[in-house]
Design a protein around this ligand. Structure first.
Ligand SMILES: [Zn+2]
Length: 300
């Protein structure tokens, strides 16, 4: 993926390895990405009959804020969020041997939708790479070709966003991620490193360009995307999110803003703890002199 590599190494971007919790199958992983919470194992059973998401999530918040959301790709999204998309075209993942039509059905919308610009959030979920994995494994020669195809999708999208920014003067955010990884044999669902590790790249002209020092990407949780997107879009962080704001993403903002973002995340997380952990201290925190943790230690 030459263009993506260029943006990751030299562009205005932040890269992470995001850990997906098992079960590494699509439905619970999309939920984790959008709610920031960890659905139970029962979701594997429900995976074939995806019910709509009732938990608080980034898309519900975005819609409530009047944002127009468009979607193209894996129709699991349409089942999970049946009322959220102004425009959508779902593709079934049932025909696993097909890796061309499933993606052409997404890409065919791209030129038009990128030109129109009458949306606030655009979600594209490509299936071909996953399908190639299932049929012929991660070593298949088809993988390289598919990755180059995905690279050109990213390049086209990025170029369109940059062109639009010239008119709107507002920075956009492009997120490249995977819902799950792929095992040595090309499947997924389990907890091997290859299945749980997913790439997460955030690209925005609001970030500083890199001078070229390539560092190993930090390991984060897949659930960290939800609070990061919420904060970035100026939306409330989903109530049940266990994610932590991806701090490097906001480090370019004023110190006061950074503190505000951290405060929002902390308040949301402590509320969640208070509601779910019976032993959580519900009263005010004891004064420092009485607090055992503070004896002899500064800055606790
Ligand atoms: Zn799959």
């Amino acid at each position: 993926m030459p263009y993506t590599t260029y943006v990751v190494e030299k562009g205005a971007s932040h890269s992470f390895v995001a850990e997906a919790k098992p079960p590494t199958v699509t439905m619970p992983r999309i939920k984790a990405l959008m709610t920031g919470s960890l659905p139970g194992f029962v979701d594997v059973i429900r995976n074939l009959n995806s019910p709509s998401v009732r938990e608080d999530n980034v898309l519900t918040q975005a819609r409530a804020a009047g944002k127009r959301i468009f979607f193209y790709g894996d129709d699991t999204w349409v089942k999970l969020f049946p009322k959220h998309f102004v425009e959508y075209d779902g593709t079934t993942s049932f025909f696993v041997s097909d890796y061309t039509e499933v993606d052409d059905n997404v890409t065919r919308h791209l030129d038009t939708v990128l030109q129109r610009g009458d949306w606030d959030v655009l979600i594209l979920h490509y299936l071909g790479l996953d399908h190639i994995g299932h049929v012929s494994g991660p070593g298949s020669p088809l993988i390289g070709r598919k990755l180059r195809e995905m690279d050109s999708v990213l390049m086209k999208t990025h170029a369109a966003l940059l062109a639009q920014e010239k008119k709107t003067l507002l920075p956009s955010l492009l997120v490249l991620c995977g819902d799950h990884g792929m095992s040595e044999t090309g499947g997924h669902g389990g907890s091997s490193t290859e299945e749980v590790n997913t790439p997460l790249v955030l690209i925005s002209s609001a970030f500083e360009r890199k001078p070229g020092d390539v560092r190993r990407p930090a390991h984060v949780q897949q659930t960290d995307l939800a609070p990061t997107l919420a904060v970035g879009l100026g939306l409330p962080i989903p109530k049940h999110s266990v994610g932590s704001l991806l701090f490097p993403v906001v480090q370019g903002t004023a110190l006061r803003e950074q503190l505000r973002f951290l405060h929002l995340n902390t308040v949301q997380l402590s509320k969640l703890l208070q509601e779910n952990v019976p032993s959580y201290e519900k009263g005010p925190h004891p004064a420092p002199a009485q607090c055992p943790a503070s004896t002899g230690q500064q800055g606790q």
